[in-house]
Design a protein around this ligand. Structure first.
Ligand code: NCD
Ligand code: ZN
Length: 428
């Protein structure tokens, strides 16, 4: 008999079917109308969807554990229906070489609640050692302009990236440094901040990336697109290039009345309403491929300093799936679009065997009761920083979360220990 069977309304291959998911050793082995299992869980209320995957988080460890650490970050992810994450390299020390990579890896293996992979950064300091750093990870992160954490690669070095093996994923923070330098001034609020990092800087960076790598077979991901002009640069992209967007760029704009504007200070910045609405449309039309949170927490003390001093970055890993789920249900939009952007495509990009409820995949699933809508408050999130800029938003949080067949979240309760999360990368 099959080890474990979960029965209910299951989203599989684009449809919601009343069926049983058979699980052995954490993998889905069978999907059938009727299945017997040694253990059987019946889901009477709600739907069973693939768990989310977040390709862009900053869990801050090592070096900034007062902002977040791998346990608090990954536990927050889990509560938000995310069972796999990719952690960014702008820690302290930054993840740029073998030693820093291996240290982060052994720490994360001890502390993570969710499965994970790790980016390695490519900067001025290691771009001439692409052979060495490529052995560490299939995921490379490149900042073309400075952001929080000061990792940076000059665009004149884009040419060198052609040497990178084609199976690697190269993720870009696309804001052009020269353009940022030219426009820089002390912004005192969100409108000024958007002016000080204008969308032209995004367009220029994207143009340079495409000029250098566009015709090649490299897999390129443009992280957190923030402007329609940036998007336009990617109109004629091929299948090797993907685009990500964050919930904050989808739902906030600088014309809104936002209290405590520094809480929304982020790179690339929140822009105007027309832009924001255009991005929603582009996301729904599939011109934008992927949802990513860019979970970038800072302590409340830091964020509440003057606007000028407040560091850029917004937490969001726990609210991304719940907010999007509510938005899709309320607007009666096809769930297939959301699941493609939050589970299927991210799994393909990271090369992990998750993201779909299908035979052979990891049994990573979330159960949403679509009637259980709640208004988000700071107490609802498990971040170390203790606040969420999405306070007041309506959301549908998961009732249960399964990771590799294991029930990990049941309502308010977490049923697994830290260290359950597995590293899904390979080191050669
Ligand atoms: C990020 C952070 O705080 O680590 N901040 C941000 O505004 N997105 C840095 C980054 O990835 O740009
Ligand atoms: Zn980021």
């Amino acid at each position: 008999m099959i080890e474990k069977v979960i029965e209910g309304k299951v989203y599989t291959r684009g449809k919601i079917l009343e069926c049983c998911v058979g699980i052995e050793r954490g993998r889905i082995v069978s999907l059938k109308r009727i299945l017997d299992g040694e253990e059987k869980i019946k889901i009477r209320r709600g739907i069973i969807l693939p768990a989310g995957i977040d390709i862009h988080v900053h869990f801050r460890e090592p070096g900034y554990e007062y902002k977040e650490d791998f346990s608090t970050g990954s536990l927050s992810a889990l509560y938000g229906g995310i069972t796999c994450i990719a952690d960014m390299p702008n820690t302290n020390p930054p993840t740029l070489d073998t030693i820093s990579f291996k240290e982060k890896l052994s720490m994360a293996k001890r502390k993570s609640y969710v499965d994970f992979v790790l980016y390695i950064g490519v900067t001025e300091s290691n771009v001439d050692k692409l052979d060495e750093i490529s052995k560490l990870s299939n995921l490379l992160k490149i900042y073309l302009g400075e952001s929080t954490g000061s990792l940076f690669l000059d665009s004149s070095n884009l040419e060198k990236l052609k040497e990178i093996e084609e199976k690697k994923l190269i993720v870009f923070h696309a804001e052009d440094r020269k353009c940022l330098d030219k426009n820089r001034f002390q912004a005192r609020n969100l409108k000024e901040y958007a002016k000080s990092r204008p969308s032209a800087c995004e367009s220029i960076a994207i143009r340079k990336i495409m000029e250098n790598l566009g015709g090649t077979n490299h897999r390129i991901h443009i992280a957190h697109i923030s402007s329609l002009s940036g998007l336009k640069e990617l109109e004629h992209r091929d299948d090797n290039t993907t685009i990500g967007i964050t919930p904050h760029h989808l739902f906030f704009n600088i014309e809104q009345d936002l209290e405590e504007e520094s809480l929304y200070k982020v790179n690339p910045p929140i822009r105007g309403r027309i832009n924001q609405e255009g991005l929603i449309e582009a996301f729904l039309n599939k011109e934008i491929d992927i949802l990513e949170s860019d979970h970038a927490p800072h302590s409340l003390d830091e964020k509440e300093m003057s606007f000028e001093e407040s560091p850029a970055g917004i937490p969001g890993v726990e609210t991304m799936y719940p907010i999007m789920m509510y938005y899709f249900v309320k607007k009666n939009l096809p769930l297939s679009r959301l699941i493609n952007a939050i589970s299927e495509k991210p799994a393909d990009l990271l090369g992990v065997n998750k993201g779909r409820i299908e035979e052979g995949r990891d049994a990573d699933m979330v159960i949403f009761d679509l009637k259980n809508v709640k208004r988000i408050d700071d107490q609802d999130v498990h971040y170390k920083c203790g606040f969420t800029p999405f306070k007041g938003f309506k959301a549908i949080f998961p009732e249960k979360v399964f990771i590799r067949g294991e029930e990990a979240i049941d309502g308010e309760e977490c049923l697994i220990e830290k260290g359950f999360g597995k590293y899904l990368g390979e080191i050669r």
